[in-house]
Design a protein around this ligand. Structure first.
Ligand code: ATP
Ligand code: MG
Length: 420
């Protein structure tokens, strides 16, 4: 039996990488005062239709939507924000908890895409969002959190790209100018962009098709159409980032793939993995809560793909944590007496938080020593008949080869060596 196309197992020999990334995410989010939210893997399809937006690639092509046995239209999460926004409204979090409310999530995400490097049908995202502040400081804080996280993992070869796509009012004027520019060039654009032209022309700037890209390279830029308030917001963000020593590139082609963005949009792009180089994308979404039926609530956040993050770390040869190795392996040699002694010693050591192993397969000494070596045990004790009788054994440091004699009467001697 095979794994479904576009999905991946995280195998035991790799799971420590995921644990490190998730632990780092939880730690950094905590440092920034963001609390974890966990929402279901599936939602009513409506949440994404209205939340993510009907003109997005996600809703148009990529959603895993099905009817459940009760004939309800259900969709597997194609991103993390709409679900947490739904929960924010449903649980009245804006009133129940102190505002601004800062939350983060770590979640699987499902998109029906053509699988390729860095593009899966199930991937995972770490995201953070802050609800209830329209200030540029909230934008700056989200960016700083993402940066702190990426740097904590050792990634520094990153470019922060920022842009502002304005609000509803300046967007209208901009859309007019963009449409005017694109109108005469539509014939050379992809079918999808011709459709976007009517529904959401801004999305054309995000097209990955080469001929569309060529055309949009000289298109009017949102930054030149910002209203006074949006201009001020953008300036404030840049000032805050600069004051914190954060370098950024103002990139007018960044518009993000989702419909809910307003004003700030940003991406952290790795300069080391080629085409799928965006490891983190985010921005402000001041109308998302409203579009899901809640009260007007400004919000800002980001999402980042964990698989792509691992690709970046690996391409940069940055170690991602280490596999857990036992402190001690106790090899019983003989019969039930020796096995029971080893087994109870290991139990007592584990009670003290020592990672100890013994033979649970009743194998010969040679096989046991091979196993102890493979699992990377730091110390080894061979516990034979004479050790059981004398109550003394040698504990061997597998790196230096040094041996120390310890008593087996209680675990204190072993503890001293293992903790040294
Ligand atoms: P792309 O332009 O590569 O399709 P996107 O705009 O669809 O990305 P977002 O919806 O902003 O991406 O998702 C946030 C992050 O999730 C991306 O920056 C990327 O790291 C990751 N990501 C998105 N789609 C996939 C996928 N199919 N497989 C793996 N990671 C993904
Ligand atoms: Mg995409």
């Amino acid at each position: 039996m095979n794994i479904p196309k576009g999905t991946k197992d995280v195998l035991p020999q790799d799971s420590h990488k995921w644990q490190l990334i998730e632990n780092t995410a939880r730690f950094v989010a905590g440092v920034f005062g963001f609390k974890e939210i966990r929402t279901p893997t599936f939602e009513h399809t409506e949440v994404f239709l209205r939340g993510v937006g009907e003109t997005t690639d996600i809703v148009n092509k990529e959603m895993y939507t099905f009817l459940d046995k009760g004939d309800r239209s259900i969709t597997l999460k194609p991103e993390g924000t709409a679900g947490s926004a739904r929960s924010y409204i449903e649980n009245n979090l804006g009133e129940v908890l102190p505002k601004p409310l800062k939350m983060f999530y770590i979640t699987p995400v499902f998109r029906y895409e053509r699988p390729q490097a860095g593009r899966l049908r199930e991937h995972h995202q770490f995201g953070a969002e802050s609800y209830g502040s329209g200030s540029a400081y909230a934008d700056a804080e989200a960016i700083l959190l993402a940066k702190y996280f990426l740097e904590s993992l050792g990634i520094t070869a990153l470019e922060l790209n920022i842009n502002s796509i304005g609000c509803k009012s300046c967007r209208a004027e901009y859309n007019g100018a963009l449409k005017k520019y694109l109108e005469s060039r539509l014939a050379d654009m992809c079918a999808q962009c011709r459709e976007r032209f009517e529904k959401n022309p801004l999305r054309i700037l995000d097209c990955k098709n080469d001929s569309c890209k060529k055309i949009t390279a000289s298109a009017p830029q949102t930054l030149n159409f910002l209203c006074a308030d949006c201009g001020e917001h953008h300036k404030k963000l840049k000032t805050a980032l600069t004051a914190c020593g954060v370098k950024f590139l103002e990139n007018p082609s960044i518009v993000r793939g989702l419909d809910y963005y307003t004003r700030t949009v940003f991406e952290f792009i790795s300069t080391s993995i080629g085409a799928q180089g965006t490891v983190c994308g985010g921005g402000r979404y001041n109308h998302l809560i409203e579009s899901l039926g809640g009260k007007e609530t400004p919000a800002v956040g980001f999402g980042m793909g964990i698989e792509r993050l691992i690709m970046v770390l690996e391409s940069l040869n940055i170690p991602i944590g280490e596999e857990l190795k036992p402190d001690l392996y106790i090899a019983p040699l003989g019969g039930e007496k020796e096995y029971l002694k080893a087994f109870t010693l290991v139990k007592e050591l584990r009670d003290k938080g020592i990672s100890a192993e013994t033979d649970i397969a009743e194998r010969g000494l040679k096989a046991q020593m091979k196993f102890a070596d493979k699992i990377g045990a730091r110390f080894v004790i061979v516990l034979g008949e004479s050790e059981t009788l004398s109550g003394k054994a040698k504990i061997k440091d597998m790196q230096s080869g040094n041996e120390t004699e310890v008593s087996l009467k209680d675990i204190s001697g072993i503890l001293t060596v293992v903790n040294s």
